[in-house]
Design a protein around this ligand. Structure first.
Ligand code: C2E
Ligand code: CA
Ligand code: CA
Ligand code: CA
Length: 271
């Protein structure tokens, strides 16, 4: 099956410019990244703003390519989505993360990113069910992060899948909230357990009254819908103080902890 898929890989024009050739090489290597053991999971802490206690960890994929060194997920995830490699890779991430977290010395939650391509092309609910059974991770310790683009395609199908996942006891967070174009409609019709406010708001909240007003409105929206709001990209003490005074429940960002690998039986806590 891998052979057939490899031939399918993102073939562009005959005269590819350098960027396109680069993408094609990356796409080819992606299929082998798992078996070459080049993929690794990093974890970034998510904390309660008021108490500072740990709520969970977001799982972030890292690819250490044998020749190119570290390649950013912002670069290779879109390529993986385009050529289909995101399906085996996404499955690997989910299984590894659940396996590792099941062995942690503390039962924190993990938040795993789910690609739109996974939701559209694979039986994700079945996969989650199998992986939870295999790894023994308690379902309430797993959260899946999806962006609005995930549900822009076949809405009925997406909704059905999300309901099946929630029926397992797994929670769903909407990621990068505020960057899409149908946010309110999406919030109204989908069963989210958490709103993750895109980090572009945090980067502006200290200077821009508009960004602050939007933060305030989204926090109020979360309160009305009874779902916590998590602010992404918190890099300074001052930003955290603003979140505290605005009543934003949760936060994530370099100020609270950088993504890092496992150290023994818990994620590393470097800030
Ligand atoms: P994301 O889901 O929005 O993940 C958060 C990104 O923000 C991460 O980048 C994280 O390292 C970065 N970040 C965290 N705190 C801060 C901060 O205070 N300041 C700034 N400037 N950045 C911060 P990363 O790890 O490079 O991942 C980029 C994107 O790649 C992710 O964005 C996500 O969309 C995607 N991605 C990563 N891992 C996976 C995965 O396993 N599966 C899928 N489908 N996508 C993934
Ligand atoms: Ca995310
Ligand atoms: Ca995000
Ligand atoms: Ca993102």
């Amino acid at each position: 099956a891998k052979e057939a898929l490899t031939h399918n890989v993102c073939f562009y024009e005959v005269s590819m410019d350098e960027a396109a050739r680069d993408r094609r090489l990356i796409a080819t290597d992606l299929w082998y990244a798992i078996e070459r053991k080049e993929l690794q999971l990093y974890y970034q802490v998510q904390k309660a703003v008021q108490s500072g206690s740990v709520i969970g960890y977001e799982v972030l994929l890292r690819w250490n390519h044998s020749e190119r060194g570290m390649i950013s997920p912002a670069q290779f995830i879109p390529i993986a989505e385009e050529c289909g490699a995101i399906l085996p890779i996404g499955e690997w991430v989910l299984r590894e993360a659940c396996k590792e977290a099941a062995n942690w010395d503390q039962p924190h939650k993990i938040a795993v990113n789910l690609s739109p391509v996974q939701l559209g092309n694979a039986d994700v609910a079945g996969l989650v069910h199998r992986v939870l059974r295999e790894t023994g991770l308690a379902p309430e310790r797993l959260e899946l992060e999806i962006t609005e683009s995930t549900i822009i395609g076949d809405k009925e199908r997406a909704l059905r899948t999300l309901r099946q996942i929630k029926a397992l006891g797994v929670t769903i967070a909407i990621d990068d909230f505020g960057t899409g174009y149908s946010s309110l409609e999406t919030l109204r019709s989908f069963p989210f357990d958490k709103i993750k406010l895109d980090r572009s708001f945090m980067s502006e909240v200290e200077e821009s009254p508009q960004a602050k007003a939007i933060l305030r409105a989204i926090v109020a929206l979360g309160q009305t819908l009874e779902v916590p709001v998590l602010a992404e990209g918190v890099e300074t003490r001052n930003q955290l103080d603003i979140l505290l005074s605005e009543g934003c429940a949760e936060a994530q960002g370099y100020f609270l902890g950088r993504p890092g690998p496992m150290e023994g039986k818990s994620p590393s806590q470097a800030a």
